[in-house]
Design a binder for this molecule. Structure first.
Ligand code: CU
Length: 159
């Protein structure tokens, strides 16, 4: 049996904003600094795709129109080994389309298992009511489905 460990400590401010993530935390679109702490153990008995896990990690901000260079959405050179931290600056542009995005780990060779273990979360860019005013007063619920594989759905036409 494996022990689940989470390496994340995202510390956005508590100010109201247009950018929200799960855990009911919010941060302002101009408050873009994140500290990501790898709290995984230095040794692992679990195997990865190509050998033993090293428990390294980083973040990818999926779908956001942000810089792919460090200290932004850089999944190639930014990497935290156990006990290390990464300091991100994620400048989300004012014209980022509203909608549901997500962040997830992205260390090559280990991200698949880390993502399946829950190392991901939602990022909501507010403003969809600008396009659909009728939903302005609807209560928002964010639903994240994990540990489930979705099978391809084929629609059959009834004759
Ligand atoms: Cu992604």
């Amino acid at each position: 049996m494996s022990e689940r460990q989470t390496p994340e400590r995202l510390e956005p401010s508590s100010d109201p904003s247009r950018v929200k993530k799960d855990r009911a935390q919010e941060w302002r679109s101009d408050d873009t600094k994140l500290e990501y702490v790898n709290q995984m153990s230095t040794s692992s008995s679990e195997l990865c795709v190509d050998g033993p896990r090293m428990n390294m990690t980083n973040l990818h901000f999926h779908g956001l129109h942000v810089s792919p260079g460090a200290p932004g959405d850089d999944v190639l050179t930014m990497m935290a080994m156990p006990g290390e931290s990464l300091h991100y600056t994620v400048d989300i542009p004012a014209d980022q389309p509203p909608g549901l995005y997500w962040y997830h780990t992205h260390p090559h060779g280990e991200s698949y298992q880390q993502d399946l273990d829950g190392m991901s979360g939602a990022i909501v860019i507010d403003g969809i009511d600008r396009y659909f005013p009728e939903i302005k007063n609807m209560k928002e619920k964010i639903l994240i489905v994990r540990d489930a594989e979705l099978e391809q759905v084929t629609l059959h036409q009834r004759s």
